[in-house]
Ligand binder design. Structure first.
Ligand code: SAM
Ligand code: SF4
Length: 324
């Protein structure tokens, strides 16, 4: 399945809920959002049916995400159903990690391959401050549970925010020496409650790499984890078991290699994170209509690149401040 620019679409990100047990400052307002009413949300059977119809067109890899996917009941059931779809080779989960200690084993047994866990700090008070919820989240215990369950690779995503957690870059990098984890530092994106101050709070990835080099010495470029390399660039500390990576949505675009589409919790297929390009699969599915013409339309409309940078023409000075 290829779009008009020759990019093949083999990767689907599936949001199973818009709800979350955190309220990260860069993602959700404190009061939460206007949650989707349950009847509007795709059932596990409906999600699986969409995947079943996409698989013959080339879909191979899935990521379950949200909101926070682990707050939806019986998540292992969905994993098990998706695992049984012929052609699906790889199933990953994006989670804030809170429920990993209790769920990692069941998810692995259901057929989950790997996990991306978000953690913006290693310090309990800070975790609660950034997430605006104190759930006694212990990122080391959560990642350890994922590794022990056999999920591989385990990636840890850190959104770097100036003045909030940028002094922990070295601590996160140090984790990769002793553990087989892949820590990825993500540039803050200008959405959510940080609007207005966001550019001052962005820490460009080049600065992150400089900090790590200053502490640990020169970094060797690495191919990163064996599976699931998306838009990150990876490096390895001397003798490290894991790797460090940077994801640079703002200062470098990676649209030319984008091979992903997204399914929202209420069944809209979006072909670009930032644009308004989407088709409603849920209503067609519930009406018993074929989905293939909708997939084809969605792909035909997948934009060449996202418009985040263009939208901020007036912010060019700020962009140069974040490294161009
Ligand atoms: N709840 C899960 C989690 O936190 O991993 C999955 C959904 S969350 C929206 C997916 C990822 O988006 C997380 O790694 C989060 O840190 C990242 N994210 C959310 N808002 C962001 C922003 N404004 N800038 C950069 N990354 C962001
Ligand atoms: Fe957003 Fe994930 Fe944080 Fe929830 S845990 S608020 S979905 S980034």
């Amino acid at each position: 399945m290829r779009d008009q620019y020759g990019r093949s679409i083999e990767y689907l990100r599936i949001s199973v809920t818009d709800r979350c047990n955190f309220r990260c400052v860069y993602c959700m307002p404190e009061r939460g959002l206007d949650w989707l009413p349950k009847p509007q949300i795709l059932s596990y059977e409906e999600i699986t049916e969409i995947v079943r119809q996409l698989a013959p067109l080339g879909l191979r890899r899935l990521r379950i995400t949200g909101g926070e996917p682990t707050v939806r009941p019986d998540l292992p059931t969905l994993v098990r159903e998706l695992r049984a779809v012929p052609g699906i080779e790889d199933i990953a989960l994006s989670t804030n990690g809170v429920k990993l200690p209790q769920m990692a084993q069941a998810l692995r047994e259901a057929g989950l391959d790997r996990v991306n866990m978000s953690s913006d700090s290693l310090r309990p008070a800070r975790i609660a401050e950034i997430a605006r919820r104190n759930l006694a989240f212990d990122p080391i215990a959560a990642a350890t549970a994922a590794t022990a369950a056999g999920l591989d690779p385990v990636k840890i995503n850190v959104v770097v925010i100036r003045g909030a957690n940028d002094d922990e870059v070295e601590d996160f990098a140090a984790l990769t020496r002793e553990r087989p984890w892949h820590v990825r530092f993500i540039e803050l994106m200008p959405v959510g409650d940080l609007a207005g101050t966001e550019f001052e709070r962005v820490v460009p990835s080049d600065e992150v790499l400089e900090r790590i080099t200053a502490r640990f010495g020169p970094l060797a470029p690495s191919s990163g984890p064996a599976r699931g390399n998306g838009p990150a660039r990876y490096f390895r500390l001397p003798d490290a078991l894991g790797s460090v990576g940077v994801i640079t949505p703002l200062t470098h675009t990676y649209c030319e290699t984008c091979n992903r589409v997204r399914l929202t919790a209420d069944g809209r297929l979006r072909t670009c994170l930032y644009g308004d390009h989407e088709v409603n699969l849920r209503d067609a599915l519930r009406a018993g209509e074929p989905l293939r013409p909708l997939f084809e339309r969605a792909l035909a409309e997948k934009p060449k690149e996202h418009e985040l940078l263009k939208l901020r023409v007036g912010g060019l000075k700020a962009l140069s401040e974040v490294g161009g």
